[in-house]
Design a protein around this ligand. Structure first.
Ligand code: APR
Length: 262
């Protein structure tokens, strides 16, 4: 997009935000790349360095080698480290402070929306999160920080110190069901919003990628802000090819200017 058309699109999105009452922001890994966390399908992304077929729930529970590779992948991709929110996360939190955000529905497990100030009860983590690690045998839970410490000390496959059972992060693995209560509430919110803003997702993984479709079916307007094309681009009222951390703050600047102009 050339500069002028991007500026015009930013103004239109600001108008849509001001005229909407129940905004759902749907995010993918692209909203966190400017925080230093790689996404999955961009060149150099996680799945260009690791094979996603290796990381199913079934293989994780069946093979110690898969568990070793999984913890290695988490460590190398920064999914277990503490990143900081970037301007895109803070712009979404500002939307919430203005009373315009119904909720964030995210595929991310990095907790950055909450860290940027969106209340936890307005963040629906479809793919779980990496903050906690659970023993699959006795259910004992550990904060990720504690397990990170063990990994740093060279423990390649951490196990439960109560029963030596397998430890697995709360993130949802391929082949594992999404948390049903989160999925049903996210579906309900998507079906009742009047504006859905997609940020940083290829929209190729289901059932998460159904959310923007539910919004469109319910008559909501769709805005997509992404660096590359998605299967829903043709349904978007506004499509901005740009960095979320640059575009979202510009949109919120327009919203603030309109609100202060009265
Ligand atoms: N601003 C905007 N878009 C960006 C940025 C950025 N700064 N950085 C990357 N992108 C775009 C990429 O071009 C890509 O289209 O974000 C998208 C990220 O897509 P994916 O890597 O496929 O991530 P996501 O859509 O979240 O993947 C969904 O797949 O592997 C599973 O469970 C994993 O939750 C993940 C799911």
């Amino acid at each position: 997009m050339d500069n002028e058309s991007t500026k015009q699109a930013i103004r239109v999105v600001a108008d849509l935000i001001l005229s909407s009452k129940r905004i759902v922001v749907f995010t993918g890994a692209g909203v966190s790349t400017e925080s230093g966390i790689p996404d999955f399908r961009s060149p150099g992304g996680v799945w260009s360095r690791f094979d996603p077929d290796d990381f199913t729930y079934q293989k994780f529970v069946r093979s110690t080698e898969t568990r070793r590779k999984t913890w290695q992948m988490f460590g190398e991709t920064g999914l277990t480290t503490d990143a900081e929110p970037n301007p895109a996360h803070y712009a979404i939190a500002e939307l919430e402070r203005l009373g315009k955000l119904d909720c964030v529905i995210t595929q991310n497990v990095d907790n950055l929306h909450q860290k940027a100030g969106v209340p936890a009860n307005k963040v629906f983590e479809l793919h779980g999160n990496m903050r906690w690690v659970k023993c699959l045998n006795c259910g004992k839970r550990y904060p990720m920080d504690e397990i990170q410490g063990r990994l740093r000390e060279g423990k390649e496959v951490p196990d439960c110190d109560a029963c030596h059972g397998m430890l697995k992060p709360d993130a949802v693995f391929f082949g594992e069901a999404l948390p049903p209560d989160v999925l049903s509430e996210a579906t309900r919110r998507s079906r009742s919003c009047d504006l859905c803003i997609v940020l940083g997702s290829t929209l190729v993984v289901y059932p998460a990628a159904y959310m923007p479709m539910y919004a469109i079916e319910a008559g909501a307007k769709l805005v997509i802000i992404n660096l590359t094309s998605t299967p829903l681009d043709g349904k978007a009222a506004i499509l901005i090819q740009g960095k979320a951390g640059e575009v979202m703050p510009k949109i919120m600047e327009q919203v603030r200017n309109r609100l202060s102009a009265g």
